[in-house]
Design a protein around this ligand. Structure first.
Ligand code: URP
Ligand code: ZN
Ligand code: ZN
Length: 462
């Protein structure tokens, strides 16, 4: 690959925006500036466009067994959706088999991704049986894995962990230099409320939300934060959905504790009312934590503004309506939990965040790319446009107009919860390590062109 220059655009980083050209050579950025005097093989005119570091999505579930089925997007279709949303790196959850090792989980996920991935990728490991793998956590960094996820929810499934296991995992992870991520919902409370709802004959999708109250998320978030403080471990609270859960995170930050927190697009555009849609349509919006009442959105925006929520991940966990979501037609607890969102993530944030004046374009880049790279151990190789970084580049067209509909989605799902939603601004071209991977609606990257990236957690201050 010769030298390529992206000329005439505005570079947008987490720190600021400025007019500059970006010079790329051998998959890397070699210079960012004006009047760059290099011989180049190709000039790409990006005037009128914004150049941003490729987005990183630290929260996806591709080809993952869950809720009695397997997610609808595999590594080919899921990474196509991600790419169409400007994402050039994902970090996906490999799942420990109850009797398996963490190494096996990582190997299995390598197999799933091989020959299919269109974007670069790393893995977290979701722990299902701590007793089996206590000694192995410290060896995860040798596998290029720097994070584990512990579930305080999903009681009655192998994912659910008691406090003793969560706490011990935190202690082990601290020593190992591994980041603990938590799914914070009180599993006992949710299980009891579900049992009571079903006993009362309340089987509709909306009871998914009504049996997972905000307080159950807030309580578990606070508990995880306190346990992390005792263990002396950094913590990442994923998919924060509501104001009540944000409060203990804000308090922890005031006290100087290292707590990272992620929120997701679905909590800014959907609400509990969507789960009330007739004809079982509400099942399309079932994810955990659930969609909340609308008033939670403004506090979540403030959380992004203030930096209490440092990252914006998709939690892309897609299931078809037919054959998957409808497993729960007569019992909401059997609806597989999760929604697609990898493709819409950045466009939701731009349309409702940047264009409505709630976050700056620089905060947009921070929570989609730079902070993601820092929290997930990819920085500075990923997440920034600077010499030495991978040439993962989003050419963002602020004039692009898109209306989401299932026919123009790039994933493999038979519906989109975003059906009919308008987005202003989006990626017109996406480059992965200097290679054009997506252009004007078409995925160009070859299956298998995405590469595994080793990650290394470095306790970043953000
Ligand atoms: O409903 C969700 N979020 N499904 C994916 C699994 C998880 O808890 O992240
Ligand atoms: Zn979760
Ligand atoms: Zn998830």
């Amino acid at each position: 690959m010769g030298r390529t220059i992206f000329a005439g655009g505005t570079v947008v980083t987490a720190e600021g925006s400025f007019d500059a050209d970006v010079l790329v050579e051998d998959e890397k950025i070699v210079a960012v500036g004006t009047d760059l005097s290099y011989e180049v093989a190709e000039t790409i005119d990006v005037s009128g466009k914004l150049l941003m570091p490729g987005f990183i999505d630290g929260h996806t579930h591709m080809d993952m067994p869950f809720g009695g089925t397997v997610t609808a997007d595999d590594w080919a279709t899921g990474t196509a959706a991600a790419l169409a949303g400007g994402t050039t790196t994902i970090v996906d959850f490999s799942l420990q088999d109850v009797d398996g090792s963490l190494g096996d989980a990582v190997d299995t996920w390598h197999e799933k991704a091989r020959g299919k991935a269109l974007v670069d990728y790393g893995f977290h490991v979701a722990i299902t049986n701590l007793a089996q793998v206590k000694d192995e956590i410290s060896r995860l960094p040798e596998l290029g894995v720097s994070s584990i996820k512990i579930f305080m929810a999903y009681k009655g499934t192998p994912l659910y962990a008691e406090d003793a296991d969560l706490f011990e995992a935190m202690q082990i992870a601290r020593e190992a230099g591994v980041l603990v991520m938590v799914h914070a919902e009180n599993g006992d409370v949710v299980a009891k409320l579900q049992e009571q709802a079903l006993a009362a004959g309340n089987t509709d999708p909306v009871y998914h939300a009504l049996t997972r109250p905000e307080e159950a998320e807030a309580e578990a978030t606070n508990r995880a934060i306190q346990l992390a403080e005792i263990a002396g471990a950094p913590l990442l609270v994923v998919h924060v959905s509501c104001a009540a859960a944000l409060e203990p995170i804000h308090r922890a930050h005031e006290l100087g504790q290292t707590v990272y927190a992620e929120t997701c697009p679905q909590y800014f555009v959907f609400s509990v009312e969507d789960l009330r849609k007739p004809g079982f349509e509400g099942a399309k919006y079932v994810c955990s934590p659930p969609m909340r009442e609308k008033w939670n959105r403004e506090p979540l925006w403030r959380g992004l503004q203030l930096g209490d929520l440092q990252i914006f991940g998709s939690d892309h966990c897609a299931f078809n309506f037919e054959g998957q979501k409808d497993l729960g037609r007569n019992d909401f607890t059997k609806i597989p939990n999760g929604c697609p969102g990898a493709e819409e993530r950045a466009m939701v944030l731009w349309t409702h965040g940047v264009l409505e004046g709630r976050v700056s374009e620089n905060q947009f880049v921070a929570v989609l790319a730079t902070n993601q790279a820092k929290v997930h151990g990819l920085y500075p190789r990923k997440g920034m446009l600077a010499p030495g970084s991978d040439a993962d580049i989003v050419v963002w067209d602020p004039m692009l107009e898109t209306t989401a509909t299932v026919a123009n989605r790039h994933g493999n799902v038979d519906y989109t919860p975003y059906e009919g939603m308008d987005f202003h601004g989006g990626p017109s071209e996406v480059y992965v390590r200097g290679n054009l991977a997506y252009k004007d609606g078409d995925v160009i990257a070859e299956h298998g062109s995405g590469r595994f990236v080793e990650r290394n957690f470095t306790h970043p201050a953000i």
